[in-house]
Design a binder for this molecule. Structure first.
Ligand code: GTP
Length: 416
């Protein structure tokens, strides 16, 4: 560059090219927050995996050791926050272990505590964000949920489908096949296909790797990740020695299933995806899609509750529009009242008709009883009359006989 060109460049240099550095410095100074949750049926190795995922000992009674250690059973949602630093960048990592489901008879609402937990984090964020005096908002929202699929070889069970459907609009679901060491490599490939098919058939929305259209390298990496999903993982808290190297793995009579060996399982691919390549994308989708969904639903609910009141007091409203709204409100109210009155009237008419029906029924009953009594009296009277006629006839006969006797006696006594 000639002297003239240099001077020209210096004059035209404003300094905004330094902006990315400012953003970078600020972000590094503040640090990063990320929350990962594990969900799935009981005993699939969730606690074991998160204990090994970030090389931290979340479970103090289960530090890495040469011999297998027993993981405590997770009975409630357990949050563990660890602060890790690498190359001057601080990351506050929150790992959420959830109790496994499927042990009890009724699993119909087993996702409820998890969904409520995720919502509670959004709620807290929304409250913090809406404060009058808001500074930096701590982000404890759930950015990623590893959903553990049991290695049954057949595909997703109904409970897994339902569970994922309850979660897919709340958080980024990354499906993982648990205990992949129970499969042969061919079986893993087949099972992955079956699971992906089930996911598609049931309209489950899992985390989608972004299209990095501008960067071919990223695109290739994303394509590789897309092919690996659902990640088949192996978890272990045991350190073993293989070829004079210490590795995490599971010892079997026929060899060792190494956790961090890409030929044995997708553990490292999953870890790299979460930490190295897609952490920011997971956070962005949480913020832009899932949190936005939550926020919109929440605010829509609030405005529908307070809507009419706000309409009345909103000072900046156009008076004509305000009048229209009030008119509509009034008409709605009148219609509601009319409907209520009609309902009341209908009930009253029904009551009256019922009363009349009862009276009619009672009268009929009484009429029938009286008819029966009259008929009986008539019968009795007829019987008495018949008896009387009979008595009279007998009397007449006897009278006749007597008169004849008297006449015959008189004839005999009279002088010839
Ligand atoms: P809950 O707390 O009941 O929800 O169980 P969990 O899903 O957290 O399982 P946990 O990590 O407690 O592991 C259960 C058992 O599975 C333990 O004995 C683990 O050693 C074993 N396990 C964990 N990961 C694997 C794996 O990848 N393969 C095999 N074969 N076993 C594993």
């Amino acid at each position: 560059m000639s002297q003239g060109e240099k001077e020209k460049a210096e004059v035209s240099y404003v300094g905004y090219a330094n902006l990315p550095n400012q953003v970078f410095r600020k972000a590094v100074k503040r640090g990063f927050q990320f929350s990962l949750m594990v969900v799935g049926q009981s005993g699939l190795g969730k606690s074991t995996l998160i204990n090994s995922l970030f090389m931290t000992d979340l479970y103090e009674d289960c530090v890495y050791s040469p011999s297998p250690q027993r993981m405590p059973r997770t009975t409630e949602i357990k949050e563990s926050t660890v602060s890790v630093e690498e190359g001057g960048v601080r990351l506050e990592l929150t790992l959420i272990d959830t109790p496994g489901f499927g042990d009890i008879v009724d699993n119909s609402q087993c996702w409820r505590p998890i969904v409520d937990y995720i919502d509670s984090k959004y709620e807290k964020y929304l409250n913090d964000e809406s404060r009058v005096n808001r500074g930096y908002t701590e982000d404890y929202r759930i950015h990623c949920c590893l959903y553990f699929i049991p290695p049954n070889g057949h595909g997703l069970r109904q409970i897994d489908i339902e569970f994922m459907k309850q979660l897919h609009n709340k958080t980024n679901i990354v499906p993982v096949i648990a205990k992949a060491d129970t499969f042969t490599p061919e079986e893993v490939v087949r099972f992955k296909k079956v699971v992906l098919q089930d996911i598609a058939d049931n309209g489950i929305k899992i985390y989608q790797f972004p299209d990095a259209q501008l960067d071919e390298e990223d695109d290739a990496a994303n394509q590789k990740l897309r092919e690996a999903i659902p990640f088949a993982v192996v978890g272990s808290n045991t350190i073993l020695e293989v070829n004079q190297k210490k590795v995490r793995g599971r010892q079997y009579p026929w060899g060792v299933a190494e956790v961090e060996n890409a030929d044995h399982c997708d553990f490292t691919t999953l870890r790299n995806m979460i930490i190295r390549t897609h952490m920011q994308d997971l956070k962005d989708i949480t913020n832009n899609v899932h949190y936005e969904n939550y926020r919109c639903t929440k605010l829509a609910n609030v405005s529908s509750v307070t809507g009419s009141a706000t309409d009345k007091i909103a000072p900046s409203r156009d008076p004509l529009a305000q009048f229209e709204v009030e008119k509509k409100e009034h008409e709605k109210k009148m219609r509601r009242m009319e409907e209520e009155m009609e309902d009341v009237f209908e009930v009253k008419v029904r009551e009256k008709l019922q009363k009349l029906e009862d009276i009619k029924h009672d009268l009929n009953r009484r009429k029938e009883a009286m008819t029966r009594t009259i008929e009986q009296l008539e019968r009795d009277l007829n019987e008495s009359k018949r008896q009387f006629d009979e008595d009279k006839r007998q009397y007449d006969i006897e009278q006749q006989k007597y008169m004849e006797q008297v006449e015959s006696q008189m004839r005999q006594q009279a002088p010839a």
